[in-house]
Design a protein around this ligand. Structure first.
Ligand SMILES: *Cc1c(COP(=O)(O)O)cnc(C)c1O
Length: 387
């Protein structure tokens, strides 16, 4: 079938047909009763997906970077002290953004492929007083997953707000905002929630909302200002019309459909599926003799896999994999950009996608002249999947 490919990058990802169908709805008013009901349900389901029963969800048209802005702009004032627990590209971005709003930013970094430990965060927070810290749950540039649960507990002990960039984790990795003491978290529609790009999603817990209320200065971003969005989100959840900026009506419907599927699967089952498929894929990668960017297996995310090219192979092999039907992503982290590639496996991913990806990967590697035992990765993954 000409033109049919499998998109296996760390966002945008493939969506279910029911989700795509929602995008083709006839035009609707953003204050039509049927749309108000859809928006209200989407907000309620976000509470479940983020596991934050007493949190305030925000759904705003924009990409994941706007979702970061929805936290940064509202929780930062000139002089705010922020610790960025940095595991790559998106930690740098969060730091830049907080600084733009006047924060004094300190980065706690790890070598590429590593992650600061809760003990290192504890030491940093003991050294001086901070108002907030940020963690990238899964840094999409390294495939590293940070210990959000451990770090959030440390943040709480130091009475520091804990903000989580979950763009590459929410809906794929375990995240329990309420139980772990995460004060605010964010994601975007096009990653593990399996909706096309275009929606910024955030949930603010009670302590984040209290910090917002205690601000002494106005929010420096107009579009991100919670005081403009809060009445809108509250109205839709109360099934009442409201307006500040026109919602992306079709995308909100697609989100509502996907969230219903996610809640029906169950968060625990979804996390288990991602873990199982990730283990199978990573086993296949190992069987080809390829090394991954995360320094230790327990640091590796289950939503994507970051792999170093073997000797003699470079980014020019990715079009060969694409010619075999599977789209993969190149590198992003500035220190290693040309030395690795990335495979996204989040959202709707299923066993057949993993096997197809490894098959296409082998085809690309063979075309690039890399020598390996043909079928080894598919065989290892299949053994893991049926085992
Ligand atoms: C993709 C991503 C972002 C940015 O999202 P955009 O939709 O590209 O703006 C931020 N953080 C992480 C961890 C991401 O994976």
């Amino acid at each position: 079938m000409k033109g049919r490919t499998l998109l296996m990058i760390p966002g945008p990802v493939e969506s279910e047909p029911e989700v795509m169908a929602a995008l083709a709805d006839p035009a609707t008013s953003h204050v039509a009763p049927a749309f108000i009901e859809i928006f209200g349900r989407a907000l309620e389901r976000l509470r479940t997906v983020f596991s934050c029963p007493d949190g305030q969800p925000f759904v705003v048209a924009g990409s994941g970077t706007l979702a970061m802005d929805l936290l940064a702009a509202n929780l930062t004032e000139p002089g705010t002290r922020a610790l960025v627990v940095n595991t790559g590209y998106f930690g740098d971005r969060f730091g830049d953004m907080l600084a733009r709003y006047g924060a004094e930013v300190t980065h706690l970094r790890a070598p590429v492929g590593g992650a600061p430990t809760p003990a290192e965060v504890d030491a940093a927070l003991s050294l001086r007083r901070y108002n907030l810290l940020t963690i990238t749950h899964v840094d999409t540039s390294t495939g590293v997953r940070a210990d959000v649960q451990g770090i959030a507990a440390i943040a709480r002990r130091h009475d520091v707000l804990c903000l989580v960039d979950g763009v590459c984790s929410v809906g794929g990795e375990a995240l329990d905002m309420a139980a772990w003491g995460v004060d605010a978290a964010l994601t975007a529609s096009q990653k593990a929630l399996a909706v096309p790009p275009g929606l910024a999603l955030a949930v603010a817990g009670p302590r984040a909302l209290a910090a917002f209320s205690a601000r002494k200065t106005p929010v420096a971003s107009y579009y991100s200002d919670w005081s403009l969005w809060l009445p809108v989100m509250q109205a839709y959840e109360a099934r009442k019309p409201a307006y500040f900026g026109t919602p992306a009506v079709n995308l909100v419907h697609a989100l509502e459909v996907s969230l219903a599927q996610i809640v029906a699967e169950g968060m625990a089952a979804r996390v288990t599926r991602h873990r199982r498929l990730s283990d199978a894929l990573k086993g296949g990668i190992g069987a080809l003799g390829l090394n991954q960017v995360p320094l230790r297996p327990e640091l590796a995310a289950t939503t994507l896999t970051a792999v170093y090219y073997p000797d003699g192979v470079n980014a020019s092999f990715l079009p060969k994999v694409a010619a075999a039907g599977v789209i993969l992503a190149g590198g992003l982290h500035k220190e290693i950009r040309d030395r690795y590639f990335r495979i996204g496996h989040m959202g709707t991913v299923r066993p057949a996608d993993i096997l197809a990806t490894l098959g296409a990967l082998e085809t690309g590697l063979a075309a690039a002249g890399y020598r390996f035992d043909h079928g080894a990765s598919v065989s290892a993954a299949q053994a893991a999947l049926v085992g």
